[in-house]
Design a protein around this ligand. Structure first.
Ligand code: PMP
Length: 457
């Protein structure tokens, strides 16, 4: 274990110099013990510099699918670095990025057979957007620049991707990219139209058609959405929603982009969530679980017909990312996929997902648990309310939410609590860990409900 002095020094140095990315805990909370410095991990376990163990309830940030401590991924990366670490992304290739492109083509549904490699989810979304816009021009539809996104969705932090994102701060960064419209996102718990179940999802799909017509189909390049939007609260749309979107996009010559940055690579119990819906998008983005976080690597998989439409024009995609197809990153992704296949981890995500989701149902007896969503792989969300009848949420900055975030962490569960508490652990999660995770949420909720009893209706 690290000495007391080192422990203190590490936390202080982090607070002094590390600019942590947008975080749920405020600066004061971090100063007062919310900051954890993790130095080791194995499986679904994180270990901080004090030697305390935690269940990684979020696989980092929906990333570490294969679990922590996979030295064989590191070994593959070291071998690759010794052979060649980097080749330019333009006019060159290396054996591992070729193999990775082939592997992704073989695992993605339908004819998503052309793969553009990059380094992170936001880059993948930027690339997808530019591919969609450029191919529309190649097809002779130069006016089609508009993109339809969904309210509450998250697509990334770079300017284009942020423009498609519900929570991006207009106050600090606006105005965002022109030509983006935001339409309702499927939500069977608090539906924009007051409709229950599938009916609400159908209305959301129709809304997209209306938006295409309102903007003029001749102006619209693409529709983008996460198959299951975690940022919007992990509402699982009915299959008909995605099937309708596919038909609508085809009818109006609009490209369908599915952002599988979270849902890809087994998170929902299938390689890609699109498979649950029987839909093949025109363009699919992926990142996170592609390397289980052992290297920053992401990809855009594109239907052959899109790539083919670049060919006769003799024009390349006008988009180059220096680190795209990085050999060491590709080696990490390939080894990670090999592990997912060898250990049947996608199947395990499906099975453990059902186990965790079933366990989480007992939380419904709490007066503040309005809904428990999930059941497709290891992607579960517990929705907190002040009032079960009105379904009024607490709001992400409410002390009730903060208390839960801090207490669950103190009790040994690392997760994320916005309006909902997300559980998306590594696929190697054990039954015992699943039970402990739900017990921690259960206990911390009981404490929170006692503390905020006056506000619960
Ligand atoms: N799309 C989705 C659906 C995401 O969830 C995220 C990240 N959470 C991104 C894109 C952006 O990925 P990154 O943070 O790797 O840039």
């Amino acid at each position: 274990m690290t000495s007391v002095q080192t422990r203190h020094a590490l936390e202080t140095r982090a607070l002094d110099h590390l600019w942590m990315h947008s975080n749920d805990l405020e600066w004061d909370d971090l100063q007062e013990g919310g900051l954890r410095v993790f130095s080791r991990g194995h499986g679904s376990t994180l270990i901080d510099v004090h030697g305390a163990e935690y269940i990684d309830g979020l696989a980092g940030l929906f990333v570490v699918a294969a679990g922590h401590g996979r030295t064989e991924i590191g070994e593959a990366m070291a071998r690759q670095a010794g052979e060649i670490a980097y080749t330019a992304a333009s006019n060159a290739a290396n054996p591992v990025n070729i193999a990775l492109a082939e592997k992704i083509s073989s695992l993605t549904p339908g004819d998503l057979n052309r793969v553009f490699l990059c380094s992170g989810g936001s880059e993948a979304v930027e690339s997808a957007m530019k591919i969609a816009k450029q191919v529309q021009v190649m097809r002779g539809h130069g006016k089609r620049y508009k993109i339809i996104a969904r309210r509450g969705s998250y697509h990334g932090t770079t300017f284009g991707a942020a423009s498609l994102t519900g929570s991006a701060s207009e106050k600090y960064f606006g105005p965002f990219m022109p030509g983006v419209s935001k339409v309702p996102n499927p939500n069977q718990y608090r539906n924009d139209f007051g409709l229950d179940g599938e009916a609400g999802d159908i209305m959301c799909a129709r809304f997209i058609e209306q938006e295409i017509l309102a903007q003029g189909p001749e102006n619209v390049a693409a529709v983008i959405g996460e198959p299951i939007s975690v940022a919007n609260g992990t509402h699982l749309p009915s299959p008909i929603y995605w099937q309708m979107l596919r038909d609508i996009c085809d009818r109006y010559g609009v490209l369908l982009i599915m952002d599988e940055v979270i849902t890809g690579w087994g998170r929902t119990g299938k390689w890609f969530a699109a498979e649950h819906y029987g839909v093949v998008p025109d363009i699919m983005t992926m990142a996170k679980g592609l390397s289980s976080g052992y290297a920053p690597v992401a990809a855009v998989a594109v239907r052959s017909s899109i790539f083919d439409d670049f060919r006769p024009t003799g024009q390349a995609l006008n988009h180059l990312i220096t680190f795209g197809g990085h050999a060491v990153a590709a080696a990490a992704a390939l080894k990670n996929i090999e592990i997912l296949e060898r250990e049947n981890l996608v199947q395990r995500s499906a099975e453990m997902g059902t186990y965790l989701y079933d366990l989480a149902q007992k939380l419904r007896s709490h007066p503040t648990v309005g809904d428990v969503r999930g059941g497709l792989g290891l992607l579960c969300a517990i929705d907190f309310v002040k009032n079960k009848d009105t379904r009024e949420a607490w709001g992400t900055s409410h002390p009730f939410i903060k208390f839960l975030a801090l207490r669950t962490q103190e009790e040994g569960l690392v997760t994320r609590v916005w309006d909902v508490l997300h559980l998306a652990p590594p696929f190697v999660l054990t039954r015992d860990e699943a039970e402990r995770a739900i017990d921690i949420v259960d206990r911390c909720l009981t404490e929170a409900e006692a503390k905020f009893a006056d506000e619960i209706q």
